[in-house]
Design a protein around this ligand. Sequence first.
Ligand code: BG6
Length: 506
Amino acid sequence: MQTEHLAEEAAASALVIFGASGDLTRRKLFPALYNLALSKALPSGFAAIGVARRPKSDASFAGEMKEGVERYSRSGPIDEAAWSRLAEGVAYVAGTFESPETYAALQARLSAFDASHGTSGSRVYYLAVAPQDVLGMVRALSDAGLLPRATREPGRPFARVVVEKPFGEDKASAQALSQQLYRYIDESQLYRIDHYLGKETIQNLIVLRFGNAIFEPLWNRNHVSHVEITVAEDIGIEGRGKFYERVGITRDIVQNHLLQLLTIVAMEPPVALDADAIRDEKVKVLRSIRPLSGEAVSANVVRGQYKKGQLGGEKVPGYREEPDVARDSTTDTFVAMRLFLDSWRWAGVPFFVRAGKRLSRRVAEVAVHFRAPPLSLFRGPSFAQRAPNALVIRVQPDESIELRFDTKVPGAGMAMEEAAMAFRYQTTFGGSSPEAYERLILDALRGDATLFTRADEVEAQWGFIDPILQAWRRKSAPLSFYESGTMGPVEADQLVATAGFTWRRP
Ligand code: BG6
């Protein structure tokens, strides 16, 4: 497995998870650590220490994490030997994030693990905490001597900080947060996570585009008519009313996951496959997005909110009926946009992107639609309305890549039907693909920041999103409603229809 190869470079270290009693730790981080342990991808000297307020013993923390693994791990019934290997290095430190005693207790546990597990003084701090706690925590770690600044001396212990999204709440606050963090750490120590970048299919986009000769010549305005990117979820806000009222789907998914996906679809070939070369190209894409502000927001962006409806045969409430949500809330749970990239490659090619909660199904995909043939030899009613060729990259579920084209229906006459050449991960590779967090945790341990977002990327993402949010605040753009269990408001269909297209039915 690829992860085993990567593990050769992951140095002995301790992973410290702040906010360890939260859902993310149980649902994602520990299942990821367990799967890394299972494939023997963790470094030989390794420990995982949870830090949170509630008092509990190492054993009860490990027990809770084991339940999380049993429930959420992709790899079936737990392998006791692999779990024990991981559990040997699991510990828990109780304490508030503000109190110096918490850091003293953490220091003691870390030193003990250095001696007993050979974690060698290197640390990765994973801050699974509210954005407003990040700065205080980094300052406290630094004051306690637990977070030394990066050094170029080879072989010295390292200290890195992984920060969950959202990073800031607009461009100014993201910029300010980075600047404040630089008082204690360098950019090279800061790993801003966007878990979409850890998804196999999204990484494979880089291989698909730059590891093959057949796609790249077509990947531009001469051959592509338009591109669709969909991140659809059937779940609602899952009890996160307070969070969603503050954030909305634009900050929760569009500003990060969706724009990151766009950058990888649209970027130029990097000069090398290293973190900075790739991120340089991604930033260029973000800077090339034609800004939308004022009137252009209403013309190019549809903001929606779900009403009650039916999903999987069950009645589900509307957004305004969810707990902790204002009865007259205008928070967005769906966004569709028409974007243009003012770049040589993409001039004039519309990108239609959408993200939504409580849609008819969970699906994330990219569809690159190619231009129609220059001249149609096939005339007559049966040839009207043919969909042009498309390359469809299914990010999840059922990860696949399909090339869709027309083919002749066997028999007399000349009838056509759409056919697909399909590559399915499951059929080709079997098993389940590693979860995004497996790859990202391993990369943080290895010190590879390629799949993490750099300061200028985050700022460019906010730079595009801020004026849209401002237009909404000025109430100059309408809010559309959609029934839960549909694919969003009709206005989103109209947005695409004005350009002569329809959304692909995923
Ligand atoms: C998170 C968002 O970042 O991504 C959630 O906060 C969303 O609202 C989730 O549900 C989607 O992730 P995935 O991997 O299930 O597509």
